[in-house]
Design a protein around this ligand. Structure first.
Ligand code: FMN
Length: 321
């Protein structure tokens, strides 16, 4: 049932991947996702040292015997990310799957392949998906403009980007940006994708360690309640539309530079907002699919429900003449 090259390659039961989320996709959430039969993904960029990553990997392993991934971030960041040290830890700890994001890293992929590690890459354009394939990535995730977080400069929606990528690459494609349920999963598989990756949907689960105020606010948000900021830095990011986000847009319109913008958009601002439940503290990444989400299930309830819905959608399609 729903077996694809991705479920085979990653050794997971279902073709569902949890997108990495700054400060949030740590051992507790990741292990719940993996235990429920999907692939959990640890965010490494919020871990400041090799030891912190090692501890998080070990904690995750204690909580699940199933595969999980670690994300390596090569996007511009407000501080240097010790990725070389993280790679050593990933190899030493025998993590089986990594995802890179940002410019494609052929040397990293080749080093990790030598250690027997499966390498996924997350991209926002066909050009970058092709670059990932050339560099030897085992699969590529493409996410369209509607996604939470880094949306890319080309403004192409998931519906187009996923199909265009499948037209061009031979490696398996993972569809991201706008997926929340079993109907979306079947739609992605129908387009030729081999799994979905979801961020906003996992953000709004019981286990995601954010303040209940934020969950409540997001469950009532509509698909039109997000905005893309930071185009001026050529690194557009989609956030929940709040007063802070309007302020960022105003700062950009009046020519603010990176240093000035970082006083409002740093990951630390987001951490304070989600931990304290205070939307004045910083912007929060969510995708347009927030408008499709109306509840806060547990991770297991969510994944079971998605697979039941997918089965139902498949049956419905079978009876259409
Ligand atoms: C709260 C939040 C934080 C995120 N942080 C990151 C991150 O640190 N790195 C990253 O590559 N993507 C991040 N993302 C994006 C997700 O990994 C995923 O690519 C995206 O959410 C998929 O689109 P969707 O939200 O429409 O499902 C974040 C998403 C959310 C909702």
């Amino acid at each position: 049932m729903f077996k694809t090259r991705i479920t085979e390659k990653l050794g997971v039961r279902y073709p569902i991947i949890q997108g990495s989320m700054l400060y949030l996709s740590l051992a507790e959430l990741v292990s719940e996702v993996s235990n429920a039969g999907a692939l959990g993904m640890l965010n490494s960029v919020c871990l400041t040292s090799k030891k912190a990553l090692r501890d998080e990997i070990r904690k995750t392993k204690n909580l699940t015997a199933n595969p999980f991934a670690v994300q390596l971030v090569y996007l511009p960041a407000s501080r240097e990310i010790p990725n070389d040290q993280f790679i050593e830890t990933i190899i030493e700890e025998r993590v089986k799957i990594i995802e890179t994001v940002g410019p494609v890293q052929p040397a990293v992929i080749s080093r990790l392949h030598q250690a027997g590690i499966t390498c996924l890459h997350k991209a926002t354009t066909v050009r970058h998906a092709l670059a990932a394939e050339r560099a030897g990535a085992d699969a590529v995730t493409v996410e369209g403009l509607e996604c939470a977080g880094h949306a890319g400069m080309s403004d192409v929606t998931s519906l187009i980007l996923i199909q265009r990528t499948i037209q061009e690459v031979k490696i398996p494609v993972i569809a991201a940006g706008g997926f929340v349920d079993g109907k979306g999963l079947v739609a992605a598989l129908a387009m030729g994708a081999e799994a979905i990756l979801m961020g906003t949907r996992f953000f709004l689960t019981r286990e995601c360690p954010i303040h209940p105020n934020i969950k409540e606010f997001c469950v009532n948000a509509r698909e039109i309640d997000t905005a893309v900021c930071l185009r001026s830095l050529r690194d557009p990011v989609r956030y929940l539309r709040t007063d802070v986000v309007d302020k960022i847009l105003e700062m950009e319109a009046s020519g603010a530079d990176l240093k000035q913008l970082l006083t409002v958009v740093s990951g630390e601002n987001m951490r304070q907002a989600v931990e304290q439940g205070d939307l004045t503290k910083g912007p929060i990444s969510v995708g347009q699919c927030v408008g499709l989400i109306h509840d806060i299930p547990t991770v297991k309830e969510l994944i079971d429900r998605i697979m039941n819905e997918a089965e139902e959608a498949r049956r419905r399609l079978n009876i259409i003449q």
